[in-house]
Design a protein around this ligand. Structure first.
Ligand code: ZN
Length: 467
């Protein structure tokens, strides 16, 4: 019993000693593990969510997870202050101590933001400095950096830049919108409403175009519209000009072409004793001026020209077939026989009979006195038969008075000025007369005399009958 009593405690002691030895040999340790990463980099202002750490106390041989002691953390992270923060995690257990650091870096990696103010209505006049429309710069970490913005203007572009304290740089640029909103000034010289006498060519009084940038733009002015001085009425001329920036301006001028003035008189040029060898030349001259006259024709050849005269719009009157005074004024029958013969020739050439005549020598001739009263009777007889007979109140003097073209011209011009209706006696059988006709036409046209051919109802310029 005693022995046993002794033995049992001894065995228990041995067992205890062995157990103690084993516990001592178990190599206890306190382990500490960080959850998450050992280092974090966070953007300025972001919240740091600490993943924490775990501490475990245990032996290496057995009881590996004997206890989970509490972990304490030292250190703080301010997300609004950039920098490196160390968080230290530590645990203590049964005299064991463990700790581990974690690096948390608060960094500002975002650049500031530059905001440009733009006025859509604002333009910069080319060649002038750009006037800043405004800008602002804001940084997430540093706040308002507008004061630190650096501006640089080159070749129509403004460059803005600014850096925050962390060295993040923002750069923006603005393309300057150049424009010239100012149109040129267009000034018309002369009146903007003007009157133009009928038939007078319009002469542009001119204009001036000036632009704030382009200077003189006269060469770029376009004028549209035309003035027809032979057509009375109002005409509008438009003037327009654009500068290099397409700013346009226009102006206009009203030109009134005055009505055609009443002629100072009417001139009926009459040519007796043709056609002849100078007649074609006369027709060509008349044609150039568009003037119509009257031919009192005879039968001396060239009768085909009668048709040409009529075709050109001239009047054809009967003068005489023979122009033989003794024959034609021998009797009324003789006169009408001669007249009918000539009118037959006219009909053959033109297709119509003429109803206008001129007596050879005129109604006032005295060469017919060998047959007293014949002119008085004939004057009535021709009218009874429906003819109108024509004398003249202006003579070129080309049938005996002169052979000088200058004198013929002078007689005619002086005569015309003395009458409202001038029936002018000329002879296309005379070369010096044809020589002077063009000058007479020009004078009449320039002095506003109307040149007309005779018809049955035209002024007759009758002479006083002397037989
Ligand atoms: Zn004659």
């Amino acid at each position: 019993m005693k022995k046993r009593k002794f033995f049992l405690p001894a065995a228990a002691l041995l067992l205890l000693a062995a157990a103690a030895s084993l516990l001592l040999l178990n190599r206890w340790q306190l382990r500490l593990e960080l959850r998450g990463e050992e280092e974090y980099t966070l953007e300025w202002g972001s919240e740091f969510r600490d993943p924490g750490a775990q501490a475990v106390f245990g032996g290496r041989l057995f009881f590996p997870d004997f206890a989970e002691p509490e972990v304490t953390v030292r250190g703080e992270v301010d997300p609004f202050v950039t920098g490196d923060y160390i968080l230290t995690y530590s645990a203590d257990y049964l005299g064991f101590h463990a700790e581990k650091p974690r690096l948390v870096r608060i960094a500002d990696t975002l650049p500031p933001v530059i905001t440009l103010t733009e006025d859509p209505w604002r333009f910069t006049l080319p060649g002038t400095a750009y006037a800043e429309e405004g800008y602002s710069a804001l940084d997430n970490a540093d706040g308002d950096l507008t004061d630190q913005v650096v501006r640089r203007e080159t070749d129509g572009v403004v460059y803005y830049s600014v850096s925050d304290r962390s060295g993040n740089t923002a750069r923006v640029e603005r393309v300057i919108r150049y424009n010239d909103p100012v149109p040129p000034v267009l000034t018309l010289l002369g009146e903007t409403r003007l009157s133009l006498p009928y038939g007078t060519a319009y002469e542009e009084p001119g204009y001036r175009a000036w632009d704030n940038l382009d200077g003189n733009l006269n060469d770029r002015v376009t004028v549209t519209g035309e003035v027809d001085p032979t057509c009375p009425g109002d005409y509008t001329l438009y003037y327009a000009v654009e500068d290099s920036w397409h700013n346009g301006i226009c102006a206009w001028r009203t030109v009134t072409v005055e009505p055609k003035p009443e002629p100072r008189g009417y001139v009926y040029l009459t040519f007796d004793d043709g056609p002849g060898k100078h007649t074609q030349r006369l027709l060509d001259i008349l044609d150039r001026y568009g003037v119509k006259v009257t031919f009192f024709v005879v039968n001396y050849g060239y009768t085909d020209l009668i048709g040409k005269e009529a075709a050109a719009g001239h009047s054809i009157g009967v003068h005489s077939a023979s122009h033989d005074y003794r024959k034609i004024y021998a009797s009324e029958e003789a006169y009408f026989a001669d007249l009918d013969k000539m009118n037959g020739i006219i009909y053959d050439q033109t297709g119509f009979y003429s109803d206008i005549i001129r007596f050879p020598g005129g109604s006032s001739n005295t060469i017919s006195r060998f047959n007293p009263g014949i002119m008085t009777r004939l004057a009535k007889a021709v009218e009874d038969r429906g003819y109108a007979y024509f004398d003249w109140n202006v003579s070129g003097g080309d049938a005996g008075t002169t052979t000088d073209p200058d004198e013929v011209y002078r007689y005619v011009i002086e005569g015309i000025q003395a009458h409202e209706n001038s029936v002018v006696l000329l002879h296309d059988s005379k070369s010096y007369t044809v020589d002077t006709v063009e000058r007479i036409l020009i004078w009449c046209l320039e002095n506003n005399y109307a040149l007309l051919p005779l018809d049955h109802d035209s002024p007759t310029a009758h002479h006083r009958i002397g037989n």
